[in-house]
Design a protein around this ligand. Structure first.
Ligand code: FES
Length: 174
């Protein structure tokens, strides 16, 4: 009788430990299924647009791709065609070229040549102007513009804001 009640107690105690263990491992499994907070945010890159200097190209990164950010000088803006201007992202009154820095021909990274007023792709000689428009083939189209949303003086890459939506609808970017 004493033995069986001890067995009963041991059984319950073991059962309780096993149950706690099972809950613990379920919690651990759930944690491993949930994406980490950093992964959830990984699709977005927030750029503080106040840090860029006029005329200097900075290459940022979004979803593993190079992103060209060029804050244009007043002279660059004045020289632009209407088509070029339509590709500008205007934040706090400043004009920027923000584009995926991959040549639309075969994906090389074009180099910035301010003295040539644009970008030159060393792979097959393609050229783009300061707005990312093609000035010399073979690239079939201008540099693609990543999805963006203007948020005060910040630009959130990966989010679709009204300015990006209208660029897309009017065929300015793919
Ligand atoms: Fe740029 Fe061919 S990859 S011109």
């Amino acid at each position: 009788m004493e033995n069986s009640s001890r067995r009963g107690f041991m059984g319950k105690a073991f059962g309780a430990v096993a149950a706690v263990g099972a809950v613990g491992s379920l919690v651990a499994m759930k944690k491993s299924w949930d994406p980490l907070p950093s992964v959830k945010a990984a699709g977005f890159t927030t750029l503080d647009m106040t840090i860029y200097k006029e005329g200097e190209l900075v290459t940022e990164k979004w979803r593993g791709k190079p992103i060209f950010v060029l804050r244009k000088t007043a002279e660059m803006v004045a020289k632009q065609s209407e088509d070029d201007k339509a590709r500008d992202i205007v934040v706090d009154g400043h004009h920027y070229m923000v584009a995926i820095g991959l040549c639309t021909h075969l994906g090389c990274i074009p180099a910035y040549y301010p003295e040539e007023e644009g970008f030159i792709c060393a792979c097959h000689g393609g050229k783009f102007d300061f707005a990312g428009m093609v000035t010399q083939v073979p690239p079939p189209r201008g540099l693609d513009i990543p999805p963006f949303k203007i948020d005060g003086s910040k630009l959130v890459l990966g989010e679709v804001g009204p300015e990006y939506k209208s660029m897309k609808e009017s065929g300015i970017t793919l």
